[in-house]
Design a protein around this ligand. Structure first.
Ligand code: ATP
Length: 919
């Protein structure tokens, strides 16, 4: 029951607390045991809060109200993890084998190989760690884009400010959905219930009030609300008594390790892929070793080569590329107003097949104006600006109700004076004010808060003479609690025909896309409790909330991207359809419109079948019913993104594959439950985010195609050496130079590609589709890889033949001709990979379609690649280390037609795919 709870000071002295509670517990118990007035006085504060200057002084003394981020794992531990994952373990194993070989048979270069492999593990581990650390910091920085806002009183004025600015003694206003920003003592409350799960683990909401409570601990004291807990319902005014690390939450944060994060589909896919590729690499290594043994190659040469093959085939760059890809996508998403809370959510977003979207604020602007009034049995013309209305008893009541029945406060946001609260209520308050009505001369003494189940709210207002209950809400909801109606200055029974007329008027307004709200009141007898019954209806108002201009195009993009958009709104079905038509969501004559109350009566199968309708929308839906819709869609195998803003939306946001909270209109509770937050509440931003999510998956495929391609020109020369008894065209250390040197940065750059233009013209990726699928393997291994191998071998033989070599002659390891030929083979692979990086930017679109400057990292990658190959071929150190010799310019010129031919062949394949294989 709502009540205003301020009590006289307690006359009982505070009982001493056991020492085990420590000083701060004593303090909290102290403040809980005091009356509200004394509690305020003990903090040198008042009902109207602190002065700005005092708040500033305290801020300097107590510091910002911030709980230091709990490091998920000690940094050292996370660093160690980079050297112990699956790929790293294989490499460690390979290095150990190399050292063992060196030990058993010194002088074969195995020790050098072991050192090289360890170098690779270290460079890779440090790079991955740095990459992940940066991504995490960037995510943290993004989160700071959306600081928690609180309503507080300074100098008696309501102000909206960042939660960090709170100091002990500040008076804050709390309402449904707020995360409590600091430890507070309530001084006034209306039906307040809080969820303390974050601190006590208790999941049921607990009632809180402002009465003194002397016998409880800080966790259970019924007049304390603690930082980190959330307001489930009601409102309150409270004084802050502990901030930052001094709050109970701050103390726990010191101790706790956050829970283990669930693995995302992408993480599972990467793990699967890692195992697959590692098995492949090891299998190849063993196979090559056995072949070598069978044809009688020297054991240690053979052994060294097997290890080289394993190392070359492990895609060391995969893990940092995944992180980079996701991190770059989150940055781009943030620029497009979508803030991702967990990295893996990015990719899930890319596979979204259905978006369930709210209407108000997401598809519409949430900028409301009163457009039409229906009272006294007729529509009343409003003045052209749509604000003032002519006088009349019914309209006077309607305006009075609009002026008082709300939770709007006047205060300042970012230093600008304005109304703070729900835009619809602000529209009503402004309308009433323009007509000369305000809440002066009376005060609110109780409230029955709005909830989407009842679809109405009431406020009991006390003036000099009497108490009146004012109620506003959906017409159906008010018709259930009204028995009379204001009509031309008289109060008449609300009979069936009056009800019919009201419903018809509602339909007329709703057809025009207006949001319809009814108003009612009742005078209360003295001492009577405010109940929503026997009310007198005074009229209905139609509010316009225009669609967001960019939404129609975004819906069209979803259509071409094969993503279904389902409107799920609490509003009236007719209004919902009218708006849906306006934004192009509904085009057909007869869309399926399901009302929320029908859902619990349907079986899961019925609901799933209904969801097959091409155009379907849900109206008058409560948060619980929204959850049913999400679950039904998921049972159909859909990947569901759902939007939400209220406290009750949290379960649906958590259940959905991607929960999306509103950054502006959303409550803290919804934001915490969500995977993504929309900074501008705009539907169009969801669609942009989906595009970025899709790009991540594509980029990982580009990366894989690129690195797998170069495995073939690394393996084929060895096979040729074994089978045709030619000098070995590419040595193990050269293979490592490609895989761990020249290929690395261009491959990484492919992971950072921006989305390509046709991405939203493709259907969503089926859930079962793997990252590494048949077409990718064929393209990399059998097509691009084979071409690269052919180029590398042609160039190798060209140099040999120019130098007078004839088939059958074996060359010494240090023969200058051999050194040149093997350098040429290596150079050809690197040059072919430079071309390949452009080819890999899209599986079917021409390389010339993607602007080079769109991805600067790519150019850096190529520059580094060129730098490395120059070092390897033209410096004595490079020659010594990698067994090469400088190449003449004509060797490079000889390669050019080959790599151009490879580019042309791939372009022709792409053209063929586009021409003949498009759906
Ligand atoms: P959406 O779910 O698309 O955001 P909505 O805002 O209409 O739509 P709810 O917030 O669940 O959904 O509101 C449902 C209905 O309750 C509204 O259509 C309106 O009739 C009524 N209503 C909404 N807000 C208030 C309020 N502050 N006071 C009284 N009635 C309200």
């Amino acid at each position: 029951m709502p009540s205003k709870l301020t009590r006289p000071a307690s006359r009982h002295p505070l009982p001493a607390r056991p020492a085990a509670f420590g000083l701060s517990s004593l303090h909290t118990a102290h403040i809980a045991g005091l009356s509200a007035e004394k509690a305020l006085a003990s903090l040198n504060s008042s009902f109207d809060g602190l002065s700005k200057s005092e708040a500033g002084r305290r801020q300097r003394e107590y510091g910002p109200n911030r709980v230091e981020e709990v490091r998920r794992k000690a940094l050292g531990l996370r660093f160690a993890r980079e050297f112990t994952h699956f790929f790293a373990l294989i490499l460690w194993f390979a290095a150990a084998l190399a050292f063992l070989a060196e030990h058993l048979d010194p002088g074969q270069g195995m020790g050098q190989l072991g050192v090289a492999i360890i170098g690779v593990i270290l460079i890779n581990g440090i790079f991955s760690f740095w990459q992940e650390y940066r991504a995490e910091r960037a995510l943290e920085a993004l989160r700071e884009l959306l600081p928690q806002q609180v309503k507080l009183l300074r100098d008696g004025q309501v102000e909206e400010a960042g939660a960090e600015s709170l100091v002990p003694g500040d008076v804050v206003l709390l309402e449904e959905g707020d995360r409590v920003p600091a430890d507070c003592r309530l001084i006034e409350s209306f039906g307040l219930r809080v969820n303390t799960a974050t601190i006590s683990g208790e999941s049921l909401p607990a009632a809180r009030h402002a009465e003194p409570d002397r016998n409880e601990t800080p966790l259970t004291a019924r007049n304390l609300v603690l930082a980190g807990t959330t307001v489930v319902s009601g409102q309150a005014r409270a004084v802050v008594f502990a901030t930052g690390m001094h709050t109970e939450f701050g103390k726990i944060a010191h101790l706790t390790q956050t829970t283990r994060e669930a693995t995302s589909p992408l993480q599972r896919e990467i793990a699967r892929l890692s195992r697959l590729v590692a098995a492949l690499a090891s299998g190849l290594g063993v196979a090559f070793f056995l072949i070598g043994q069978a044809i009688g190659l020297p054991f240690w040469d053979n052994f060294m080569f097997a290890i080289g093959i394993i190392v070359a085939n492990v895609p060391e760059g995969l893990l940092p590329t995944v992180t980079l890809s996701l991190a770059m996508a989150t940055q781009r998403m943030a620029r497009r107003n979508a803030l991702v809370r967990h990295l893996p959510a990015v990719e899930t977003l890319g596979s979204t097949t259905v978006i369930c979207s709210d209407k108000t604020g997401t598809l519409t602007q949430n900028r409301m104006t009163v457009k039409r009034i229906y009272a006294d049995g007729r529509f009343v013309a409003l003045e052209p600006e749509g604000v003032a209305a002519p006088a009349g008893e019914s309209i006077a009541w309607l305006l009075r109700a609009a002026a008082v029945c709300h939770n709007v406060t006047f205060g300042s946001r970012n230093g600008k004076a304005e109304f703070l609260g729900d835009p619809m209520e602000i529209a009503l308050v402004e309308w009433a004010r323009c007509a000369g009505w305000g809440a002066e001369g009376s005060r609110k003494i109780a409230e029955i808060p709005f909830d989407s189940e009842r679809k109405r709210m009431s406020i009991v207002q006390q003036d000099d003479i009497r108490r009146t209950l004012y109620c506003k809400g959906a017409l159906e909801s008010l018709l259930a609690v009204c028995d009379t109606i204001q009509h031309d200055g008289r109060v008449l029974p609300l009979d069936a025909s009056a009800r019919r007329r009201l419903l018809a008027a509602q339909d007329e307004m709703a057809t025009a896309g207006l949001r319809v709200l009814a108003f009612a009141y009742r005078h209360l007898a003295s001492g009577e409790e405010g109940r929503e019954e026997r009310l007198t209806l005074c009229g209905i108002a139609g509010l316009e909330d225009p669609p967001r201009p960019e939404v129609a195009a975004a819906i069209e993009r979803c259509r071409s991207a094969g993503i279904k958009v389902v409107m799920v709104t609490g509003d009236h079905p007719v209004t919902a359809v009218a708006i849906a038509r306006e934004i192009g969501l509904v085009r057909g004559e007869a869309p399926v419109v399901l009302r929320g109350d029908a859902l619990p009566k349907m079986t899961r199968a019925q609901l799933q079948l209904a969801l097959d309708a091409p155009e379907i929308l849900f109206a008058r839906v409560t948060a619980e019913q929204k959850m049913l819709i999400v679950q039904a869609l998921q049972s159909k195998g859909e990947i569901v993104a759902v939007t939400g803003d209220g406290v009750n939306d949290a379960p649906a946001l958590k259940t959905a594959d991607i929960g999306i909270a509103m950054g502006i209109a959303g409550t803290d509770v919804a934001k915490e439950a969500a995977d993504m937050i929309l900074l501008d509440d705009n539907f169009a931003s969801i669609v942009s985010a989906v595009e970025e999510g899709r790009a991540v998956f594509q980029n990982l495929r580009k990366f894989l195609t690129y690195i797998l391609t170069s495995n073939i020109p690394e393996l084929v020369p060895y096979l040729a050496f074994v089978l045709f008894k030619i000098p070995l065209p590419l040595t193990v250390i050269q293979i490592l130079a490609v895989d761990l040197g020249t290929d690395m940065l261009p491959a990484l750059a492919l992971g950072a590609e921006p989305p390509h233009s046709g991405l939203m013209q493709e259907p969503p990726r089926p859930r079962s589709e793997r990252l590494l699928h048949g077409p990718l393997l064929l393209r990399a291994y059998v097509w691009l890889g084979v071409m690269e191998a052919a180029i590398a071998l042609s160039v190798f033989f060209h140099v040999l033949e120019e130098g007078g070599w004839r088939y059958g002659r074996m060359l010494e390891r240090h023969d200058p001709l051999y050194l040149q030929a093997t350098a040429a083979c290596l150079g050809a692979i690197v040059l072919a990979q430079v071309v390949n990086v452009f080819l890999c930017r899209h599986p079917s679109q021409s390389a010339f379609c993607s602007g080079v400057l769109a991805n600067p990292l790519l150019l850096w990658g190529i520059a580094l690649e060129a730098g490395i190959i120059v070092l390897i071929t033209y410096t004595p150190w490079g020659n010594e280390m990698f067994g090469t010799a400088p190449l003449q310019a004509d060797v490079w010129l000889y390669m050019i037609p080959f790599v151009c031919a490879m580019g042309a062949a791939e372009e022709a394949r792409k053209w063929f795919c586009r021409r003949f294989m498009a759906d």
